[in-house]
Write a protein that binds this ligand. Structure first.
Ligand SMILES: CC(=O)[C@@H](O)[C@H](O)COP(=O)(O)O
Ligand SMILES: NCC(=O)COP(=O)(O)O
Length: 239
């Protein structure tokens, strides 16, 4: 049965909107785990627009399931990851101007940097996941550079309103997931998944874990974090 990793970035977005000390993503993570989350995800961005080092340090001491740290493959972030020792690092591309992650990591174009990051993390016993577009060449390159997992970027499938593009994007996700499994990778998926789009994955058994944040936190603003996580966990159990 697929797992649910809850990203609490946007609890911190609400906090940073007024530079207060509430709401606390650490508190949200506790509630998420009690409500059925199998892991907690945080993205420590280079511009620190939401999650801060303080959040990650406390989460390391409080998360009872698994702590997944999303980060760029920079020396600054590698140094921090070696301090924190998360259960998994997911390498994601970043552009300061982006509103949110726009695409997957181009492993082929950045092979040396990605390989170095994976080896550095591996030396500390930290497995690596690469956040990539559902592209067979990127999946195979991820295996070649030593990644244990890939996380398939579901943004195009989730965001497009064009029926044909959506069907094409979903097919790409299926093919990429199957190829990842064939070559021995763990296959996760995330970005933009909501309570409606998650249901499209019914019967898709190649995806091990869904990483979901924005839609859960948005729903939590209306129904509470426990109810929002519980509902998403229920939907994932029904896939
Ligand atoms: C990699 C990904 O899709 C998200 O986990 C990432 O966190 C998006 O960045 P924001 O959370 O800043 O939108
Ligand atoms: N890697 C995807 C993630 O952690 C959450 O993405 P989103 O649901 O906030 O778009």
């Amino acid at each position: 049965m697929p797992r649910l990793a809850v990203n609490v970035d946007h609890i911190a977005t609400l906090r940073e909107a007024r530079k207060t000390n509430y709401p606390d993503p650490v508190a949200a993570a506790v509630i998420a785990e009690l409500a059925g989350a199998d892991a907690i995800v945080v993205h420590l961005r280079e511009d620190r627009r939401h999650i801060k080092e303080r959040d990650v340090r406390i989460l390391r001491d409080t998360v009872q399931t698994r702590l997944i740290l999303e980060m760029g493959a920079t020396s600054e972030m590698l140094e921090f990851a070696l301090e924190i020792l998360p259960d998994l690092v997911t390498l994601v591309p970043e552009r300061r101007q982006e509103v949110t992650t726009e695409g997957g990591l181009d492993v082929l174009a950045h092979r040396a940097t990605v390989t170095n990051a994976i080896e550095t993390l591996k030396s500390a016993g930290i497995p690596t996941c690469l956040f990539v577009d559902p592209d067979i060449a990127q999946i195979e390159a991820s295996k070649a550079v030593g990644a244990r997992y890939v996380e398939l970027h579901t943004g195009v499938f989730c965001d497009t309103t064009d029926t044909r593009e959506k069907a094409k994007a979903f097919e790409a996700l299926l093919m990429a997931a199957r190829r990842g499994k064939e070559i021995g990778l763990g296959v996760n998926a995330g970005h933009g998944i909501c309570y409606r789009s998650i249901q499209a994955f019914k019967g898709v058994h190649e995806i091990d874990e869904f990483s979901i944040g924005h839609s859960i936190v948005s729903h939590a603003a209306l129904v509470g974090m426990e109810n929002a996580v519980r509902r998403m966990a229920e939907l994932i159990r029904e896939l």
